[in-house]
Design a protein around this ligand. Sequence first.
Ligand SMILES: N[C@@H](CCC(=O)N[C@@H](CS)C(=O)NCC(=O)O)C(=O)O
Length: 205
Amino acid sequence: MLKIWGRTNSVNVKKALWCAEELGLKYERIDAGLQFGVVNSPEYRKLNPNGLVPTIEDHGYLLWESHAIVRYLAAKHGAGRLWPLDLRQRADADRWMDWAFTFQAAFRPVFWGLIRTPPGKRDAAAIEEGCRKAADLLAILDAALAGRKYVAGDAFTMGDIPIGCHVQLWMRLPIERPSQPQLEAWFERLLERAPYRKVVDIPIS
Ligand SMILES: N[C@@H](CCC(=O)N[C@@H](CS)C(=O)NCC(=O)O)C(=O)O
């Protein structure tokens, strides 16, 4: 059976879990990272020398890097659905997957500042700047979503998965957000999906 190492509140682990859920895969999840430790043990470092989550093992095949995991699972089990067969549609999906790391870098000070830093130690200026940069980037996605339901067209694909995990945090954190109607409508469409509600839209911690 597919094994997925990683704590459920990690945004990168959520990407692997959401993809597996969308594909209807059976998997075993093993807690690892932050309070669970595990990632610095010699045994885990043999699976993933970075000491990060997620990592998967699929019948003896080891893979780390969340977006590579999403691509692998989508290609293996979701050809013509999560994994677009049309080259340009797949490139579109790939584009938004890679872009999600650009968004993650800009947004990280906001998430870490508000959720993983005690109130007395927060850097308000860094949080504010992160919010501004994140909103500016999301304006690009908001515009791209005009006239399409999902990031790579009218069908849900792997391209929606990484950025969909980051946008859940953006939408649920107690921050001011500019009105971005296409982005909000897309988030509502993601919320209609049971796998998204199950593993992504969970309380933030
Ligand atoms: N680029 C990697 C980044 C992985 C990463 O930074 N994972 C974080 C969780 S989101 C982690 O392992 N942090 C250390 C920990 O949880 O102990 C990926 O996408 O898989």
